[in-house]
Design a protein around this ligand. Structure first.
Ligand code: CAA
Length: 386
């Protein structure tokens, strides 16, 4: 008779986290966003500010020296950083992506060795799954890991690796048994300093220009046998389970980019006068703002629901992770495009932040699985349950 509707409210603790991240980002991340984009430089000021307030890798559990943020709190951190600067939001997002295989399947020794430096902000962690010929079809990867006594020897090339070069550690998926396709793939921790690791030139991209994307090459990289993450042959499953959790963080990134664009556009239309009055008074403009806000709120609800499922490890996380990332990124693309439209010619120039936000939004429809792959994942789940 007296249901507790608080389930549809963000817990107070999470509201407080949002306010704290927003304050850091307004003061120390947003002021550098345009320059980071313009010069395609790593957002070091943002890294330092996030690190100083423990928002650079908030998901690392306290037992490994981290802040121990749950999946919803982590999503909110990423969302708020992305509202200020999408490139910078890849710091907490990719730290989660790179370390998630360890958290899900790694030995305690491996976790004790590699997680505390990330928690302290002394190292970042990247995720190496994609290859030149293995993008959506991740299981067709060619990078090989061959056992040699107490070592694994890795050879191959990974492509589109976010934060490559600036990260100290890499989760690398490689074929250990070529006969078995997805069941012959294993996961390893590789260090930037391991002999035989090198990087390609930074890609020239449409957006997220402050986050370096490079190829990573492995030329007879010999790593100790205990750097395998989990059980040999289960790497592909670990890669997919990781993405179930981290697609939620890409949804959060999309939310943040879209919120930044909506906030800016809503402020602008109240100032900009045409035909003798602020353009906010025209219904055509109001309808656009209403649609933008409606889509954003729907995206936020599915993203936070997915974050709850990620935290609890619910069986339907695979569906929700894909749905949140797909829905929120499509919404972000529409919202940022409409935000540019609301500013007219000004929106199309670099004097205003909207064109950057529109360019940054695009990648959220592509990485951690294209939105076409998300639909494949969702459809498989729907068909499996019916
Ligand atoms: N959880 C656990 N196990 C899973 C799983 C999941 N979510 N998804 C698949 N598996 C298991 C399957 O059960 C199967 O094992 P069994 O045979 O024992 O049942 C095995 O993995 C193989 O699965 P599929 O047969 O479904 O594999 P597939 O080859 O058909 O591929 C796919 C499925 C969904 C298309 C997958 O390849 C995919 O997600 N592709 C997209 C890859 C991707 O997202 N890349 C992003 C790169 S990272 C990045 O972008 C990050 C960045 O830089 C920021």
């Amino acid at each position: 008779n007296n249901p507790d509707f608080a389930v549809y409210e963000l817990p107070e603790e999470h509201q407080t986290i949002r306010e704290a991240v927003r304050a850091v980002c307004d003061g120390k991340v947003a002021p550098h966003a345009a320059e980071v984009d313009e010069k395609s430089v790593f957002p070091q000021e943002a890294y330092d500010a996030l690190r100083a307030s423990d928002f650079h890798a908030p998901h690392i559990p306290t037992e490994y020296g981290g802040a121990g943020a749950d999946a919803l709190a982590t999503a909110i951190v990423i969302e708020e950083v992305a509202r200020a600067c999408a490139s910078s939001s890849l710091i907490p997002a990719v730290n989660k992506l790179g370390t998630m295989p360890l958290l899900l399947a790694g030995s305690d020794e491996l976790k004790q060795k590699y997680l505390p430096p990330v928690a302290r902000g002394d190292a970042m962690f990247s995720y190496c799954l994609s290859e030149p010929e293995a993008g959506s079809d991740a299981a067709s990867m060619k990078t090989r890991a061959v056992r040699d006594g107490d070592f694994w020897v890795l050879n191959g090339a990974k492509r589109w690796i976010t934060n490559a070069g600036v990260s100290e550690y890499y989760t690398v998926f490689a074929v250990t048994d070529p006969e078995k396709r997805s069941k012959g793939i294993s996961a390893f921790v590789v260090e930037k300093g391991d002999e035989g690791v090198s990087f390609g030139a930074p890609e020239h991209k449409l957006g997220i220009k402050g986050s370096p994307t490079r190829e990573v090459y492995f030329d007879n990289v010999r790593i100790p046998a205990d750097r395998i993450i989990g059980v040999e042959g289960e790497g592909f499953k670990t890669a997919m389970r990781t993405l179930d959790h981290t697609r939620v963080t890409i949804a959060a990134q999309a939310l943040g980019i879209a919120q930044g664009a909506l906030d800016y556009a809503a402020g602008y239309v109240k100032e900009r006068k045409q035909f003798g009055k602020p353009i906010a008074e025209f219904q055509g403009v109001q309808f656009m703002l209403a649609d933008m806000a409606m889509k954003l709120e729907a995206a936020r609800q599915i993203t936070y629901a997915a974050a709850g499922k990620s935290e609890r490890g619910d069986a339907d996380l695979t569906f929700f992770g894909a749905a949140a990332k797909c829905y929120a990124s499509d919404a972000a693309m529409e919202i940022t495009t409409d935000a540019v439209q609301l500013l007219g010619g000004y929106g199309y120039t670099k004097d205003y932040p909207l064109e950057r936000m529109m360019r940054d939004a695009k990648i959220t429809q592509i990485y951690e699985g294209t939105n076409q792959v998300q639909r494949v994942v969702m459809a498989r789940q729907v068909l499996a349950r019916s």
